[in-house]
Design a protein around this ligand. Structure first.
Ligand code: ADP
Ligand code: MG
Length: 268
């Protein structure tokens, strides 16, 4: 296990892309696991009512579990909701349950509806200062939950699937992030773009990867995540691919991407 540089202050990432099925949850879980394996203390906040990140990290998220819903809607402190993931020491998760599906509507009438996650997270980090990384897994839509994630975060990580429509919708996402930056969170930055589900045998994948690098030379990680069956199998065992099959190409690529993120450090 290689030791990686630790950030001076907690780096808070939102993993966003308004498309579904592009690898947001997979990226959240595996980067978090990879960093925890290197000795970092990492928190994953599952903000998708589907609860896929909670499942993949092997934490309880039945309907009666206290969850991120209680944090956002009922002001429950994160300290009372957080669970340890059995995956690695230092890996923690605020789970999502099915109740979160209603939060999008309930939030509308609440005070400071865009800042509820930020307020709760800042209070928790002030109490438990040991966290190196926080990753917030977003649902595939730009509703109040995703806005809460953008307001709570400092960095945005966009996973991009290497396929034809990848760049479509990206400019919309970037415009939305700019609006958030202007009105709600001036510190927000798209720091990281990760190319996922890459199949080197197709010209198209190479072309999309090159396009993304041309547009975002600073943000795009050198590491590519290959399309890999082991990556897609891991969640059904309640595991990240990092622990499910450590030496598989998919696992190694996420370990490498995590190392790159750690070495680059936080944006200025
Ligand atoms: P999102 O959170 O953006 O909806 P997911 O992370 O859930 O996307 O990924 C969508 C599907 O693709 C899942 O079934 C997941 O297991 C699979 N998947 C994600 N990344 C890869 C990969 N690199 N190779 C193969 N399958 C992948
Ligand atoms: Mg997801």
């Amino acid at each position: 296990i290689t030791t990686l540089p630790k950030p001076n202050e907690t780096r808070i990432f939102t993993i966003a892309n308004q498309k579904g099925g592009v690898g947001k949850t997979t990226t959240t879980v595996n980067l978090a696991a990879a960093l925890a394996r290197s000795g970092a203390k990492v928190l994953v906040i599952d903000l998708d009512p589907q609860g896929n990140a909670s499942t993949a990290l092997g934490v309880e998220h039945r309907a009666d579990t206290v969850s991120v819903y209680d944090v956002i809607v009922n002001d429950s402190p994160m300290k009372e909701v957080v669970q340890r993931s059995p995956e690695f020491d230092g890996l923690y998760c605020i789970p999502a349950t099915i109740h979160l599906a209603g939060a999008e509507i309930e939030l509308v009438s609440l005070v400071a509806r865009e800042q509820r996650l930020r307020t709760a997270l800042n209070a928790y980090l002030a109490e438990d200062a040991g966290y190196d990384y926080v990753f917030i897994d977003c649902p595939p839509s730009l509703g109040l939950l995703t806005i809460n994630a953008f307001v709570a975060a400092r960095e945005v990580l966009i996973p991009i699937q290497c396929e034809y429509y990848a760049l479509e919708g990206l400019s919309q996402l970037l415009r939305n992030i700019e609006l958030i930056e202007r009105h709600l969170n001036p510190r927000l930055q798209v720091s990281t773009i990760l190319l996922t589900m890459y199949d080197s045998r197709t010209n198209l994948a190479n072309q999309v990867a090159q396009d993304v690098r041309d547009h975002f030379p600073r943000e795009t990680l050198t590491t590519l995540i290959p399309r890999s069956v082991r990556i897609s199998e891991a969640p059904s065992y309640g595991q990240s691919v990092i622990s499910y099959d450590t030496n598989s190409p998919g696992s190694l690529s996420y370990l490498e991407a995590a190392a790159e993120i750690a070495r680059r450090g936080a944006p200025a």
